[in-house]
Design a protein around this ligand. Structure first.
Ligand SMILES: C[S@@+](CC[C@H](N)C(=O)[O-])C[C@H]1O[C@@H](n2cnc3c(N)ncnc32)[C@H](O)[C@@H]1O
Length: 197
């Protein structure tokens, strides 16, 4: 149904724009697209790039883009790391990884999107002082994230801005996504915010 719209706004790692705007918002795993659509409307001058391989999620975001005439979103319908590798360094001014799949079984931990390698790759593409938001409601994934972000290698690249003790960012900053709403039935999410140094 939205094939034409999708074709018009999909981003191709092999054919990237030659110039990026001063503000680039990048989301890994946008799910239903609530956050990237919100960011795009809140920051009309930003280029908002959302990565999500899940077809129903892409359809939901395309629907929002169409209904609300959002002009500044580009979609990558695959693994965010493929696009990240192709992006020029230091272009991302804000990054989001909200409620990534927890992969609770130990043998699946290697599938977790939040790992040191991916965060260092993301850092390479982030501008100095750019913020990265990572949210999770899953206790063992949170422990995993806290272990990674306590490592010296991570701390050489990022500085913590928002710790576990901090309240959730306002809904004007980050809307409640479908996954967060579901999580809230059991437990609140933790929002960790880091600054690229
Ligand atoms: C649990 S959902 C959360 C979605 C959304 N962030 C939210 O809060 O509602 C995690 C999403 O990340 C996507 N995902 C997983 N690995 C990814 C990757 N490497 N690149 C892009 N998206 C990914 C999945 O398809 C899934 O839709």
């Amino acid at each position: 149904m939205y094939e034409t719209l999708f074709k018009a706004i999909e981003i191709d790692p092999l054919n990237l724009p030659t110039k990026f705007p001063n503000e680039v918002i990048f989301e890994i795993g946008f799910g239903g697209g609530e956050n990237i659509a919100h960011q795009a409307q809140k920051h009309p001058n930003a280029l908002c790039i959302g990565c999500e391989p899940f077809v129903n999620g892409i359809a939901s975001l395309l629907n929002k883009i169409d209904e609300e005439s959002i002009q500044n979103i580009r979609i990558f319908a695959d693994d965010a790391n493929i696009l990240l590798k192709a992006l020029p360094d230091h272009v991302i001014t804000k990054g989001f990884i909200l409620f990534p799949d927890p992969w609770p079984k130990k043998r699946h931990h290697k599938r977790r999107v939040v790992c040191l390698e991916n965060l260092l790759q993301l850092h390479k593409k982030m501008a100095k002082n750019a913020e990265l938001v990572i949210a999770t409601d899953h206790p063992t994934y949170l422990e995993w994230i806290l272990d990674i972000t306590a490592q010296a290698m991570f701390k050489d690249h990022f500085q913590a801005v928002n710790t576990l003790e901090c309240p959730r960012p306002s809904e004007d900053d980050i809307p409640v996504t479908r996954y967060e709403k579901k999580a809230l039935e059991n437990r609140p999410g933790a929002f960790l915010i880091f600054k690229a140094i």
